[in-house]
Design a protein around this ligand. Sequence first.
Ligand code: ADP
Ligand code: ADP
Length: 226
Amino acid sequence: DPIVRLQKVKKNYILGTSEVHALNGVSITIERGDFVTIMGASGSGKSTLLNMVGCLDKPTSGKVKINGTDVTKVDDDRLTTIRRDNIGFIFQQFNLIPTLTALENVEIPMIFSRIPPTKRKKRAMWALKQAQLDAEYASHRPNELSGGQQQRVAIARALANRPPILLADEPTGNLDSKTGKSIMELLVRLNDAGTTLIVVTHDQKLTEYSNRTIVLMDGEVSDDIY
Ligand code: ADP
Ligand code: ADP
């Protein structure tokens, strides 16, 4: 089975008395080890697509298969487990908890997956190392870190449960171009190590780092370039 497979996915939102067709029959197959950039104008359905792949929401119709499991057929508890075991999320705004240290932020997903404290801490240190944040920053709070360092903490958090898939929504959108480049180089390294990467962006430059670019237009795939 491919790691991600979308089959004729439609997603409608009800907005007052009208219906928005955010995804209008999207079929995509992503193989293990792919690095895919999703591009498209604002409103083309990129975030909705990411929410489908990330098992944050179910489609109106069609199938979403993660590692062979059709997630549209499972209950919410199972969906949570599938999400936790398969997917790490990276955001434009980092979404770190300001009152917690870098290390504690990375531990959060492992608390939800009930990993005991000693192992959690050990693995959080491992994840911070993978994200190339120097160990001296593990005890710092987000406001004591640069934007690039905060994104490294967020990437470490995404790696904590060692998911096969990383989803990133504009991961460099809040960073200057030099820092953005270093974050993209980190994502390339993680991809080289075997993680499947799906990055949503407006930034054409980011397509240089991926091996495939999918372009959405009005809720449909308008281009799929290898
Ligand atoms: P993009 O990420 O490419 O900007 P989105 O997936 O956010 O696109 O949005 C696709 C379409 O769906 C847009 O027309 C947007 O207004 C609409 N939409 C997205 N989320 C919702 C929602 N929760 N409720 C209603 N409409 C939504
Ligand atoms: P344990 O080995 O006690 O079961 P973990 O699985 O959390 O605990 O990992 C322990 C150590 O193994 C970490 O400190 C790290 O050095 C290494 N490690 C964890 N995950 C990976 C991985 N995906 N790839 C390589 N090494 C890893």
